[in-house]
Write a new protein. Structure first.
Length: 737
């Protein structure tokens, strides 16, 4: 029959089921009722936080934990200790981790541990501490600041040479260095809690690089070197290096334990001695003074600097007491033997005075002049000795003045229908300086003391004997101008110039020069002060001028030459137009000529008739007339123009200029207003219809002004004053040009 269940077992089972349901119910109740809150009984640094939500816990935790970051932390490194607030060392609250620690009470871990925490919370509470972390950046910065006061570099051993040669020594000592990274690891060991006791930082001992034994050996070596001076010899000179001198030349390398040489100081020391010792080689040379001297050569010497520096280095590093520097002997490239031939030649060239001759005349060239002209060129065996042509030419200048003369044709004059010789011909002579110098050198080298001049002779083109062949047959062309109204000085100059041109004969093909034929136009030559035209500061002015008026002579001759069809070689217009030169029958507006030997202005023409040409010039009252005589050419002359362009109207205003050389009140018009313009005249010469020449005469003229001189010279009254004549003003200016 079936067995009846045990009553006790049934009750136990019921109890277990009820208990399980109770636990499950409690768990479900906790999970539902405390789903977003910290379990009751939880404390944070002694303060209850059970029942707080997470946001409430995040607000409370920093306020409660902040004072802990002000707690001191003790750091030790060697013999030094520092106390710093935990926050200053980089410790900081890990808020989220701390809140999660509080939240995890009764929730974290296995179920038994959860019930344990809840039971403890009910019985007396569960207290949790904050979680801290370390800011590596802030902590490293704090340790680096400590290291700057803690770290010590090792003290290297040192041996110093004092300026007086004594030694000073310093022993080596180890240094220390705070190891930042290793110290950071130690500082973080107590985490997540703050350090509770002193933190020993990691210190690295830094040994010196100097080896004490090597330092001792180096000191001993230096003491031996400085104990005795170093005597340096070079040739016949000696220098002693004392301990003080050696101190400036030596230094030490503590890392290698070697004695070193101060290279720059040594090089400077040697350079200073070499500058006094070295002597360049002197070449043999020829010296010209009061005589010619052959100076012999001299050997030179110099210290072999590279080898000397090496020898000095070895001696300074060792213990030698004396050293001889290597010396080089310098051989001169030019010796006296090489110059002997040139020296002998020079002595012959200046052995004594030299006599120069030409015909029955002679001149002395002194030895001093030959010495001054001596020229030495080249070097060594290639040395050349001669006489400088320029110097001798200067010495020959007075002789040339006495000997030289230009070739000059015989001069003829046509007077009263006959040709007469007024000056015979003259042969030309010219001293050939180059050939004479060569002849002088040859004569002196041969030992001769007399040399004939080398003179080149040229013959004139026409001689007096040519007079018989001159055939002046008939008048070819004439021209005349009036100088009525000219002041007396101008009239005088015109008459004088005409008289000096009268009868001049021009050979076939010859060129007539107005300035040459006329000769000097000076006061000494008989001319007086008239008026001339000049250009100053871009302004045309009429000014006093010696020989003023001769331009009218040149213009009148130009008219005759122009209409005769002869070739115009050189001609210049006036600066402004003078109307009297344009009057018929030969005058045209723009047909004039100005001359001025001082400024190089000339009138020249060529005799192209093929026959001799004679010039007749005369004055008839106030008329100047030129007649050209010869053989009438078979050509025709045709003239076009004048063509007047570029007219610039003149200013008619009267310009009064004070003249202190004229009496007060006297007036003289020296320039009349005339328009400026450009004139073009074309002359064509034909023979049987064939054009032989075409000449364009283009003249540009400035406008002229009305200029009147007003006298300002005071007149001194006399008891019987003579009547004063006032010159009659002339409407046109008197002008030289």
């Amino acid at each position: 029959m079936p067995r009846r269940p045990d009553r006790g077992a049934v009750l136990l089972g019921v109890a277990l089921v009820v208990g399980a349901l109770t636990v499950v119910g409690a768990l479900v109740f906790d999970r539902v009722a405390l789903a977003d809150r910290i379990y009751p009984g939880t404390r944070f640094l002694g303060q209850p936080v059970g029942g707080l939500t997470l946001p409430e816990a995040r607000a409370l935790v920093p306020r409660r934990a902040q004072p802990l970051l002000a707690q001191p932390v003790v750091l030790r490194a060697g013999d030094q200790t520092w106390t710093l607030p935990a926050g200053a060392l980089g410790f900081e609250l890990d808020l989220e981790a701390t809140v999660q620690r509080l939240w995890g009470v009764g929730r974290d871990g296995l179920l038994p541990f959860q019930w344990r925490d809840r039971l403890l919370g009910v019985l007396g509470g569960v207290d949790r501490a904050p979680i801290f972390r370390l800011s590596q950046t802030q902590a490293r910065s704090a340790l680096e600041r400590l290291a700057r006061t803690f770290d010590q570099a090792p003290v290297e051993g040192e041996v110093t040479i004092q300026p007086d040669g004594r030694l000073s020594r310093r022993l080596p000592a180890a240094g220390r260095r705070l190891e930042i990274e290793a110290s950071l690891a130690r500082l973080a060991q107590p985490l997540p809690n703050l350090p509770s006791g002193p933190v020993d930082l990691v210190v690295q001992i830094v040994p010196p690089a100097t080896d004490p034994a090597a330092l001792a050996r180096l000191t001993e070596t230096l003491e031996r070197r400085l104990a005795r001076p170093l005597v340096v010899r070079a040739g016949d000179q000696t220098w002693t290096l004392t301990a003080g001198d050696l101190a400036r030349l030596l230094t030490v390398d503590l890392t290698t334990g070697q004695v070193l040489v101060e290279e720059k100081a040594l090089a400077d020391w040697l350079a200073a001695r070499a500058a006094a010792f070295d002597r360049p080689a002197v070449e043999a040379r020829l010296v010209v003074g009061e005589t010619v001297v052959l100076q012999p050569e001299q050997a030179g010497r110099q210290i072999d600097r590279p080898a000397a520096l090496q020898a000095l280095r070895s001696a300074l590093r060792g213990e030698a007491g004396e050293i001889a520097l290597p010396v080089q002997t310098l051989r001169p490239p030019v010796t006296a033997a090489m110059l002997q031939v040139a020296f002998d030649r020079a002595q012959r060239l200046v052995a004594g005075d030299l006599r120069l001759t030409y015909g029955d005349r002679s001149w002395t060239l002194p030895r001093a002049a030959l010495l001054a002209a001596l020229q030495i060129t080249g070097s060594g065996p290639a040395t050349q000795v001669g006489l400088r042509r320029e110097a001798l030419a200067e010495r020959l200048a007075p002789i040339r003045q006495a000997v030289d003369q230009p070739a000059r044709d015989a001069r003829f004059r046509f007077q009263n229908g006959r040709v007469e010789v007024v000056a015979p011909e003259q042969e030309g002579r010219s001293v050939d300086v180059a050939a004479t110098v060569e002849q002088i050198e040859r004569a002196l080298l041969a030992g001769r003391t007399e040399v004939p001049l080398v003179v080149r002779v040229t013959s004139p083109t026409f001689t007096a004997a040519d007079r018989a062949r001159i055939d002046i047959r008939e008048p070819i062309m004439d021209a005349a101008t009036s100088f009525a109204g000219s002041v007396p000085a101008r009239a005088h100059n015109i008459r004088l110039a005409a008289s000096r041109l009268d009868g001049v004969v021009v050979p076939p093909g010859g060129v007539f020069s107005f300035n040459t034929a006329l000769g000097p136009t000076t006061l000494d030559a008989g001319y007086q002060i008239g008026w001339g035209i000049t250009l100053a500061n871009e302004e045309v002015r009429t000014v006093p001028s010696v020989a003023g008026g001769i331009c009218q002579v040149a213009t009148t001759l130009f008219h005759a030459v122009f209409w005769a069809g002869l070739e115009i070689v050189e001609r210049y217009p006036h600066l402004y137009w003078i109307p009297r030169y344009g009057l018929p029958p030969r005058g045209l507006k723009g047909l004039d000529a100005t001359v001025d030997e001082e400024y190089g202005l000339d009138f020249r023409f060529r005799n192209t008739t093929g026959h001799w040409l004679a010039i007749e010039a005369r004055t008839e009252g106030t008329t100047l007339r030129f007649v050209l005589y010869g053989t009438r050419p078979d050509w025709e002359v045709q003239v076009e123009g004048p063509i007047i362009t570029d007219v610039v109207p003149a200013d008619p205003t009267v310009v009064e200029q004070p003249d202190p050389s004229r009496p007060v009140g006297e007036r003289l018009q020296i320039e009349a207003a005339q328009d400026g313009f450009v004139s073009t005249i074309i002359r064509t010469v034909r023979r049987n219809g064939q054009v032989l020449s075409r000449t364009v005469i283009r003249s540009a003229y400035h406008p002229a002004r009305n200029v009147v001189l007003v006298g300002t010279k005071p007149v001194t009254p006399t008891p019987t004053p003579a009547p004063r004549a006032t010159p009659v003003p002339t409407p046109t200016p008197a002008a030289r040009s």
